[in-house]
Design a protein around this ligand. Sequence first.
Ligand code: PMP
Length: 443
Amino acid sequence: MTVLIINYLYHALFEQPHRGGSISNIYSQMPQSSIISKVDFDKIRKDFPVLDQKVNGHPLVYLDNGASSQMPAKVADRLDHYHRYEHANVHRGIHTLSQKATDAYEETRRKIRGFINSRYNEEIVYTTGTTDSINLVANSFGSLHFKEGDEIILSQMEHHANIVPWQMIAEKTGAVIRVIPVLDNGELDMEAYKSLLSKKTKMVAVIHVSNALGTVNPVKEITALAHEFGAAVLIDGAQSVPHQPVDVQDIDCDFYAFSAHKMCGPTGFGILYGKKEHLDQMPPYRGGGDMIDKVSFEETTYNVAPLRFEAGTPPIAAGIGTAAAVDYLTQIGMKNIAEHEQELVQYGYEQLKKIEGLRFIGEPEHRASVLSFVFDEIHASDIGTLLDKRGIAVRTGHHCAQPILRRFDVPATTRASLSFYNTREDIDRLVDGIEYAKSFFEF
Ligand code: PMP
């Protein structure tokens, strides 16, 4: 029985490898009817019922997508349908409902593979989010490979999720953390990065798009340079996957981490992409049901990757909902989303720049979806509170990226983070809202 189920899962996961090629190749393989050539983003906005409401008497302007994006009705309906009619535990039931739930849950792996263009389905590990994905690599890869004096390179603009897990494993193994500095314009100092690399470097872990500044980092170049020294590379893709096409074979990174709730999917679900050659060697990170082959009190053997990393009953509904989110984004087209958001973020940058006293934190050449700014005379939380009175949702604070705020000598910023369902009108409302907030302060 156990053998049958493991066989079933093994065959469900193992398929022909999918070789390189760009994301556009994936779109060209999709049926033409599923591609919207000229996207009507105003119409798409109507897919999100949550946006059609008043907050504090004003129509909601949602500009906190960096924290969590909103969910289209199609994804919410998929979750609802699963909960009402399809729920059963996965991977362990012989009955029809359990097999159906397993099929739907495993389908997500295939969809994610296509979405980020990994070679194999079994390179896609289910986690609970970016944070969990990075902790998995730090613990499992780190305990296998790091030893006293080895070096882990991070950047000064990392989210805490890509700092703290490395500090924890460094403390256990004696490895040392080195940090790539950030230039005044909010870009990585690539010359400094090159000088940090050495034979001691075992891991380079960097953010693809900065959640605090919006900087898009040259992850392909960063990866190639690290590989020259035999180091592995992890990319934190929490803020990139929702906003642009991502091709992990093209980047050639060893690991790539992201969260479903930032890409129109549910909370509690995330992905770790890992090259098969690494995942096959890495020890499990958590023990329990599902991740084992045989268990006895004398000896336990483990399941194959990626199941080896997925102990216990997983977030089944969230996983199935994530497949619906991937379908939804794929139908719009990530290239279309990227182009639309680029146009919007540029418009936002130009409009906000006109506001007296407003100072951007980070003015990188390549920016995605994030506008982060301060007023020397007004605290960010005051701006955020007053914007909320006008129905405008932004994030204020350190954005879980304290080192980069310290680098720019500010305790907090106000961050407007965009998604494809935002409009120029949302930006205009933000500008009006900031002027309204400013009117409470004299300077
Ligand atoms: N990395 C980045 C760049 C992020 O923006 C976030 C979420 N703010 C995370 C990691 C953590 O993601 P999660 O909380 O979904 O694990």
